[in-house]
Design a protein around this ligand. Structure first.
Ligand SMILES: C[S@@+](CC[C@H](N)C(=O)[O-])C[C@H]1O[C@@H](n2cnc3c(N)ncnc32)[C@H](O)[C@@H]1O
Length: 322
């Protein structure tokens, strides 16, 4: 969804309260020429009214690629699972990828990268868990399932999402998760995993992971890099199947929402996210992306943000009644 571009805004530089360092890749070329890429021109600080946020450490030019980010965890949507790479979500023309018995990979490299979680995942029978998700239209449990397999294989820790903001879950929401949690744990137990391997996998872990995924997951729509990709994504958007999957990232999760954003997040051919400046951004200004379709009117935007994302938007555009 394209954000609605409006007049340029200036934000007063904020007092630096807390700085957090993260690992991510960057393609910006403003630093001295060394073998190491220069860090992106941003830092994570506390905002006045929206928790943590991302701030510019120097002036950023319109159109500048601020940084790229690889996901902590990602998963194709159930509708795309036989069309995109099981690891990087790149479109795969059938027969051209490295097709295994169950999963499709676009390259040997992706198959290698997926080895950790996939070795665990393919030992289990996921039919009941997947059917449960398919019938209820659930997409986030698939991310939790992949994360659980990653933890078991040792490629990530059980607390890898802990730093992200969680949604406040009601007792009713947690009890609704119990069935899918039981199917997830049951599939892994039946595949021969030991109690020791599954020690982290309890309902508290599952609910904590889901609470973070629900606030921080991005729906991945590929913009494509070729004419064929553009055509495929145009057809998919007409058929409302534009999303190829979902993913959770570390740094992009700290970007707050604005109905008149100065930054946008895009995906070209795969799950690697690209954060780009939509206009000139001053040093000290907060970088914000738009979580929704900014062309909607104020009431519609605010309702969607409250009911779909759980917060009352306090962006300058909403505050000015626009
Ligand atoms: C993806 S997180 C963004 C990072 C978050 N501020 C943090 O501290 O981790 C989304 C959450 O940030 C807050 N937020 C983001 N944009 C906001 C806005 N425009 N107005 C008020 N709160 C906002 C809400 O609490 C929302 O649930």
């Amino acid at each position: 969804m394209l954000p609605l571009l409006r007049t340029k805004q200036f934000f007063p530089p904020k007092k630096l309260i807390q700085t957090t360092h993260f690992f991510f890749s960057t393609n910006n070329h403003h630093g001295p020429k060394t073998n190491h890429p220069s860090p992106p021109p941003i830092q994570v600080l506390l905002t006045e009214s929206a928790g943590r946020g991302v701030f510019a450490t120097r002036k950023i030019e319109p159109g500048e690629l601020i940084h790229t980010a690889k996901p902590i965890v990602s998963h194709p949507s159930l509708a795309s699972v036989d069309k995109v790479c099981y690891f990087c979500l790149k479109s795969v023309v059938k027969g051209s990828g490295f097709e295994c018995r169950e999963a499709l990979f676009c390259s040997e490299e992706c198959r290698e990268e997926a080895k950790g979680f996939y070795e665990v995942e393919k030992k289990a029978d996921w039919s009941a868990f997947v059917a449960h998700c398919r019938i209820r239209g659930l997409k986030y449990p698939l991310l939790a399932k992949r994360l659980a397999c990653m933890v078991i294989s040792g490629v990530t820790s059980a607390g890898s999402l802990d730093i992200l903001q969680p949604e406040r879950l009601s007792a009713e929401m947690i009890s609704q998760m119990e069935e899918e949690f039981g199917l997830l744990r049951g599939a892994l137990e039946d595949s021969g995993m030991t109690d020791e391997q599954l020690a982290f996998l309890n309902i508290e872990w599952y609910a904590g992971v889901l609470a973070r995924i629900r606030i921080n997951a991005f729906r991945i729509e590929l913009a494509g890099g070729s004419y064929e990709d553009l055509l495929a994504s145009a057809i998919a958007s007409v058929e409302s199947e534009a999303a190829v999957g979902n993913a959770v990232y570390m740094l992009p999760s700290f970007y707050n929402h604005d109905c008149d954003p100065n930054t946008h997040i895009i995906w070209l051919q795969n799950v690697e996210a690209r954060l780009k400046a939509l206009r000139e951004i001053e040093a000290g200004e907060e970088l914000r992306i738009c979580y929704i379709d900014a062309s909607m009117d104020r009431d519609a935007r605010r309702n969607l943000l409250l009911n779909g994302f759980g917060f009352e938007c306090r962006c300058p555009r909403c505050m000015s009644n626009d």
